[in-house]
Design a binder for this molecule. Structure first.
Ligand SMILES: NC(=O)c1ccc[n+]([C@@H]2O[C@H](COP(=O)([O-])OP(=O)(O)OC[C@H]3O[C@@H](n4cnc5c(N)ncnc54)[C@H](OP(=O)(O)O)[C@@H]3O)[C@@H](O)[C@H]2O)c1
Length: 310
């Protein structure tokens, strides 16, 4: 499998595996089966958080399961581990104050059994803490060697940019990667996101990312399986002609629409889009392997442009 060079010594597979449900709604056996299937096929980029999945447990399960997996498989050095800080977990943990960042990084390192995190994301913006405090606390983690690269998730574009301006002002490390909700389809303008933070990526944000060479790790990028089964498609997405176009192209190529969309994400940089790294998961290897197969689909620049403009 190809590697994308993100800088700071980090080279990642073009698909990231999400571990959000591992250890809660996806049991240990199934979680290990998906992890093994991904890594056997050349994957190395795994996403978790300090609060996964607190709505189905305590919030420690995903990192703890991953820590056990890394120890059992002895493969930590071959993998790129991303985790996050700043979201609520049963009334604790929300915020990006200095003390919170310092506390939660050590908790993540402990649960994962690692002495460094490759990519550490602010999980969501914290409007109640000065950006100087947050970016300075993150900067110190990189300087101490606890973290290799910083990222921002669920930030408005202008706040992401402002955080990075602050980082530059204090001569600190900026956010070098963004994680945001993006599902190829665009959001219905009349539908506000359930939470303000998880706004879908817009065309404007895509242009920002491309112009600034910031890779996008795209979550919810398979629309909950809605590319295959319209009943699963989130109601706040515009399906219409764009989805129809992708479905027809997939049919002509004899592949699933989800796999075709994965191919689109992985290649759109070739026609001037940003580097998009689709982030998805599954409760068993079956769908995951099928979707991962998108990396083997060849798309011409004309096909990419047609998908982009549909
Ligand atoms: N930064 C953030 O705020 C944030 C938010 C949410 C998630 N994330 C990250 O993103 C990762 C992915 O989460 P996600 O919300 O995007 O969801 P996801 O885990 O990718 O789930 C996709 C859903 O689609 C279904 N699916 C996939 N392929 C399918 C197919 N071919 N046919 C039918 N159903 C199919 C899966 O069902 P099956 O299980 O049956 O395959 C699953 O229910 C998480 O693990 C987490 O790491 C980050």
């Amino acid at each position: 499998m190809e590697r994308i060079d993100l800088g700071r010594g980090i080279k990642v597979a073009p698909v990231c595996l999400g571990a959000m449900n591992f250890g809660t709604t996806t049991d240990k056996k199934s979680s290990y089966a998906v992890l093994d299937a991904y890594i056997e096929r050349g994957g190395n980029f795994i996403d978790t958080s300090n609060n996964y999945a607190h709505w189905a447990g305590t919030g420690d399960e995903s990192e703890t399961l991953l820590g056990e997996y890394l120890k059992e498989r002895k493969n930590r050095d071959k993998l790129v581990i991303a985790t996050k800080v700043g979201f609520d977990r049963h009334g604790e943990g929300a915020g990006l104050k200095k003390e919170q960042i310092e506390y939660w990084i050590d908790e993540s390192l402990r649960k994962l059994g690692c002495d460094y995190i490759d990519i550490y994301y602010a999980h969501t913006d914290d409007a109640n803490t000065p950006l100087e405090e947050t970016m300075s606390a993150f900067d110190k983690l990189v300087r101490k060697g606890k973290v290799k690269m910083l990222g921002g998730s669920n930030y408005d574009t202008w706040r992401f940019e402002r955080a990075n301006n602050v980082a530059r002002d204090i001569n600190g490390y900026p956010f070098e990667i963004m994680q945001q909700r993006y599902a190829y389809l665009y959001a219905k303008p009349e539908c506000a996101p359930k939470y303000a933070f998880n706004e879908y990526v817009t065309r404007e944000r895509l242009r920002y990312l491309a112009a600034n060479n910031v890779p996008l790790v795209a979550y919810s990028c398979l629309a909950r399986g809605g590319f295959e089964n319209p009943e699963r498609l989130p109601a706040d997405l515009i399906a219409g002609e764009r989805l129809e176009f992708a479905r027809n192209m997939a049919k002509e190529k004899g592949v699933s629409t989800s796999a075709l969309i994965v191919a689109y994400y992985a290649n759109v940089y070739r026609i001037g889009g940003p580097r998009i790294i689709p982030l998805f998961s599954s409760s068993s290897p079956e769908h995951f392997i099928e979707n991962l197969g998108g990396l083997d689909i060849a798309l011409t620049d004309e096909e990419l442009a047609a998908l982009k403009n549909a």
